[in-house]
Structures are given as structure tokens and as C-alpha cells.
Design a protein around this ligand. Structure first.
Ligand code: FAD
Length: 382
């Protein structure tokens, strides 16, 4: 049963991808001043990447893409994340909004949005979660009503990362006339491409995270008008569209490289002659990372084949999260220090960042319990 439910075929990176790695490292060397410890939002940096053809890498040339393989894209994002490059501006659009527009958008939407994303001109955010409706997206209370020339939308979205900076949001809601269908809880689910910069009826309020930073928001939508041309996909098809988006969201190396810098700092602090217990603990962490990477690469292989590896993505995200939540705990045991975000010592500041980041990892992009439910279903247990 396991073999049928989960497919993690071993994958070797093709030569073209290996060659690209050198190019990416040279680029990162040249842009060393821009590198930090997290996925900062920096449009100028995204534009530089775009000039190298590293945004929308796998998309068709017809829409400005570069028709590179999923493996080449993998190498670029892996190197960017490991270096702490500020890729936040194009991240969501490149990872999931663009691929979903390619799959479900109209010809006009593809021609309008994709080339702009590829050039580093447009950023996207994800409008799925709401107060009282995160895991249970089917319980969404935001409602759209058909009106002349478009739709009128009312409701609220919560935890919307980067909504205060993004140009567009893909909004998930339901048609008001769908009612509360208890048999088909996904009835009426519909998505819209919402222009966040030019739409009256949107109020964006900051929600400050554990680290004291403004990363996510609550949005209030009051009689928001979205024209017919920005209906995304088919009315009532929102659930299927969201599911396909989440496969892109869950499988990448961003699910285990968020705290990579903390690991390299631990290795640095351990020095060249660590005691046996320290060496063993670090060795175990590196081995786990290598395994996660092989799993994630294997998923890149399936994406390359045009498959939708939902089960494999859930396993990889769950294990990746576990690994990253263990990192700061093990760091503290091996090299005790008072965590301080502002510390000059990179280990100490990364430790603080790791501790502050850890709780969110098993919530965003699907909580641990939800992922395990998907895995159980994949195994035929539910
Ligand atoms: C850093 C961060 C960034 C985020 N960015 C975005 C974003 O950009 N856009 C967006 O739309 N959302 C975003 N989210 C929201 C995120 O997707 C939700 O928080 C998540 O899906 C959980 O939903 P919830 O917060 O409503 O919790 P709930 O769904 O209420 O879950 C609460 C607890 O109950 C458990 N639970 C819920 N249902 C079940 C079940 N059926 N079986 C077993 N246990 C269950 C959950 O696992 C969890 O432990 C972000 C979250 C974080 C932390």
C-alpha cells in the first residue's frame, strides 16, 4: 500500500541543473550585500533575478517564461534560500500563483499577468484563511454576489502574508447563492484575482508576529467590486483550484531551509574538533537534511512529469517542519546562549530567529494535523 500511496523515486540532478548552480553562486557572490537571514521583500533583487531568467523559469516562452526544467528551478531556489536571499517579492507568484494562473487562467489573464511576474513587476499574496476558517477552508464566510459587469464581495481574510505589499491577491470565497450545502461543503467555492493597489473597499490592518515584525495582515472587504475579467477559473471550481495550489506550496525546499543558516552557525560554533556527542548530534541533523532534500527533489521530478504529488508534498512538509522545529531546541542544548535578535554574534541572533519562527512552521501552508490527515487518506486509512 505504501508503495502505491507514496512515490519517492530517487532523482539525480541533470547536468544542466548542476551547471546552473555555479552561475547562481556567482550571482550570489556578486550580490553578497543583499543577503540576509530571511526572505526579505526586495523588488530590485527580484528584478535582478528576473534578468537572469530565474523567475517563472518553467513557464512557456509564450508568456515570457523560460521553459527550463523543474530541476533547474529547484537549484535556483535552493541556492537562494541557503544564502538567505531576499526573494520575498516574487516568491508566492513564482511558486504558486503563476503556475495556477497558467492552469486555470483565461488567455487574457495569462497574457496579462505571467509576463509581468516573469519580469519581477508583479507580486501576489494568498487570500485563503479567515477568522474561524483556516484548516477548514470550506467554512469560508466571505461571499461574492454577481452584479452588472462583475462581482460584489464582502468578508474578511486573516493571516494574509504580505498583503500590505503585494499587488494582487488570489481570493478564495463562495458565491452567496451557494447557501450552506452540508452535503457538498465546497459548493460555490470561487476565486478572484484582486487588485490590492487599486480597489476601493479593501482595508488592510497589520497583525504583528511573535518576532515583533509586520508580516501578515487582516483584510476587510466591504462591497469590493471585482470585474468579470478577474474571475479566476470557473465559478464553483475554487476548491479544486486551491488544492492544486497547495501542492506547489508544500513541496519545495522552503519547507526545510528556513533555518538553514542556524545549522551552518551551529557547525561553525562546534569548530573543527567537537566532542563525540556534539558531532553525532550535528551529523544526525545533516543526515536528516540530506534525506529531506532527496524527497523534495523527487517531488520536483514528479512536477516535471506534470503530476500532482499531494501526498508526497504533505509527507515532506510534515517531516521538514519537524526537523526545523527541532533545530533551535538542539542548538540550545548543544550551545546554550541567551537568544537575542539584535545580537552581533550571528549564532545568537539566528537562535532567536529560530525560536521565534519555529511555532509558525507547523501552522502555515496546512497544519501538522491536517497534513497527517492527508497522509492517512493517502494510505487508505480514512
Ligand atoms: C506565518 C504564517 C503565514 C500565513 N500566511 C497565510 C497567507 O498568506 N494566506 C492565508 O490564506 N493564510 C495564511 N496563513 C494561515 C494558515 O494557513 C492557517 O493559520 C492554518 O491553515 C490554520 O488555520 P487556523 O489558524 O484557522 O487554525 P485552525 O484551523 O482553527 O486550527 C487550530 C488547531 O486545530 C487543529 N485542527 C483543525 N482542524 C482539524 C481537523 N480536522 N483534525 C485535527 N485537527 C484539526 C489544527 O491542526 C490546529 O492545531 C498563515 C499562517 C502563518 C502561521
Amino acid at each position: 500500500m505504501l508503495q502505491q500511496a507514496f512515490r519517492f523515486d530517487p532523482v539525480e540532478l541533470p547536468q544542466a541543473a548542476q551547471a546552473l548552480r555555479k552561475e547562481v553562486r556567482a550571482f550570489l557572490d556578486e550580490n553578497r550585500d543583499s543577503l540576509g537571514n530571511r526572505r526579505d521583500y526586495d523588488q530590485a533583487f527580484s528584478k535582478k533575478m528576473a534578468e537572469h531568467g530565474w523567475v517563472g523559469m518553467t513557464w512557456p516562452k509564450q508568456y515570457g517564461g523560460h521553459e527550463r526544467t523543474a530541476f533547474e528551478r529547484y537549484v535556483v531556489i535552493e541556492e537562494m534560500l541557503a544564502a538567505g536571499a531576499p526573494v520575498g517579492f516574487h516568491w508566492t507568484a513564482d511558486r504558486q500563483s503563476g503556475p495556477n494562473i497558467l492552469r486555470y487562467g483565461t488567455d487574457e489573464q495569462k497574457a496579462h499577468f505571467l509576463p509581468r511576474i516573469v519580469r519581477g513587476e508583479l507580486s501576489f499574496c494568498i487570500g485563503m484563511s479567515e477568522p474561524d476558517s483556516g484548516s477548514d477552508l470550506a467554512g469560508t464566510r466571505t461571499r461574492a454576489v454577481k452584479v452588472d459587469g462583475g462581482f460584489r464581495i464582502n468578508g474578511s481574510k486573516l493571516w494574509t502574508s504580505n498583503a500590505h505589499r503585494a499587488d494582487y491577491m488570489i481570493l478564495f470565497c463562495k458565491m452567496a447563492d451557494a447557501g450552506q450545502d452540508e452535503v457538498d461543503r465546497h459548493a460555490g467555492a470561487t476565486q478572484f484575482l484582486v487588485d490590492l493597489k487599486n480597489s476601493p473597499g479593501i482595508e488592510i490592518r497589520p497583525v504583528i508576529n511573535l518576532l515583533g515584525e509586520h508580516h501578515f495582515n487582516q483584510l476587510f472587504l466591504t462591497d469590493l467590486f471585482v470585474p468579470d475579467s478577474r474571475l479566476f477559473g470557473d465559478i464553483g471550481n475554487g476548491w479544486r483550484q486551491v488544492s492544486s495550489e497547495l501542492a506547489f506550496e508544500r513541496s519545495g525546499p522552503d519547507r526545510f531551509l528556513v533555518l538553514f543558516k542556524l545549522l551552518t552557525e551551529m557547525v561553525r560554533v562546534a569548530g573543527t574538533n567537537p566532542d563525540r556527542a556534539t558531532a553525532a548530534a550535528l551529523g544526525r541533523l545533516v543526515a536528516q537534511l540530506a534525506t529531506l532534500r532527496r524527497m523534495s527533489l523527487s517531488i520536483a521530478g514528479m512536477l516535471q512529469e506534470g503530476l500532482q504529488p499531494l501526498n508526497e508534498a504533505a509527507v515532506t512538509k510534515d517531516l521538514g517542519t519537524r526537523y526545523e522545529q527541532d533545530l533551535p531546541v538542539i542548538a540550545r542544548q548543544l550551545f546554550p546562549a541567551e537568544p537575542d535578535l539584535a545580537a552581533v554574534d550571528t549564532y545568537v541572533s539566528m537562535l532567536a530567529r529560530g525560536i521565534g519562527n519555529a511555532p509558525r512552521l507547523s501552522i502555515q501552508g496546512g497544519t501538522r494535523e491536517i497534513l497527517r490527515g492527508i497522509i492517512a487518506r493517502g494510505l487508505g486509512l480514512r
